[in-house]
Write a protein that binds this ligand. Structure first.
Ligand code: SAH
Length: 269
């Protein structure tokens, strides 16, 4: 009897830190074929957000020899829970534009994911078969990636999308991967999603208190700011500096230097 296939692959270090998250999956067969797609590429951590039917015999059946990934899948109630401990999260989408930012090409997403996975947990998130990911779910992610398919027929089957992105992740993790962009690990680990959420909460409170954010007319300010910080991807140290700045607005220190006339003020003449 042969032993069950495992994810140990020689590339275990970065790939072991990359999690696949399926949100609201409807067909249990897709969960199994996702497990198979993952394991062929050396990924093994699967988290299911509120699946319609799981556990289910069809999930084990379509997994072929990757039942271990199905059996080890963790089920959670919300996407927030699935990614709370992650330092970088990419959402995959069949639709080209969300909230203004261009989606990352899969190979750029993979380079970034593998570089970050040396210091922190990374998640790649997939939406449900019928509707994909909601805007609220996309907002929780740092970036969106889209497989450049036929624009006239762009939506892949869920597990096939997982296969393509898992392949890109493996390719980026190969020692001979040639792309250098983003390969250098960060000096400090990236903050977790939860730490970023605390930061956004703090930022919003301050912007409300200074009057910059008008609760009666918030427009897209918080969304735009999230987009900006997700693109900048501050590390933990930088996030501490930002939190410190917010705290200094809340509780000003005594050593304040008065603003020069004209600094951000409308001119008197
Ligand atoms: N009808 C849905 C498509 C859902 S397909 C929609 O319009 O959004 C299920 C999931 O597979 C998607 O949420 C996405 O995570 C992934 N997927 C499908 N096609 C993709 C593509 N071209 N690029 C990236 N992800 C894709």
């Amino acid at each position: 009897m042969t032993s069950a296939p495992s994810a140990a692959s020689g590339l275990a270090a970065p790939l072991a830190n990359i999690r696949v998250v399926l949100v609201n999956t409807q067909h249990p067969g897709n969960i199994g074929s996702t497990a198979r797609a993952m394991l062929t590429m050396g990924l093994s951590e699967l988290v299911l957000v509120n699946p319609s039917r799981f556990p289910h015999p069809q999930a084990r059946m379509t997994a072929a020899h990757a039942e271990g990934v199905v059996d080890g899948a963790r089920v959670v109630a919300t996407l927030g829970e699935a990614i709370a401990d992650c330092g970088w999260v990419a959402a995959s989408s069949a639709r080209p534009r969300h909230l203004g930012d261009e989606p990352l090409a899969p190979w750029d997403m993979a380079t970034r994911a593998v570089a970050t996975a040396s210091a922190a947990k990374v998640a790649i998130v997939f939406g449900c078969e019928r509707t994909g990911l909601t805007n609220e779910e996309l907002q929780l992610c740092h970036a969106v990636t889209m497989i450049p398919t036929n624009p006239g027929y762009s939506s892949l089957n869920l597990s096939q999308a997982v296969q393509v992105l898992a392949y890109e992740l493996r390719r980026a993790a190969l020692p001979q991967a040639t792309s250098v962009a983003g390969r250098q690990g960060p000096l400090y680990a990236p903050p977790s999603t939860q730490e970023m959420e605390h930061f956004y909460g703090h930022l919003e409170r301050i912007l409300l208190s200074t009057g910059f954010l008008d609760p009666a007319n918030p427009r897209l300010l918080m969304r735009r700011l999230r987009q900006f910080f997700n693109r900048a991807a501050p590390d933990r140290n930088e996030l501490n500096i930002l939190r410190g700045i917010l705290t200094s607005i809340e509780k000003p220190k005594n050593r304040r230097v008065p603003l020069e006339p004209g600094d951000g003020m409308p001119s008197a003449d």
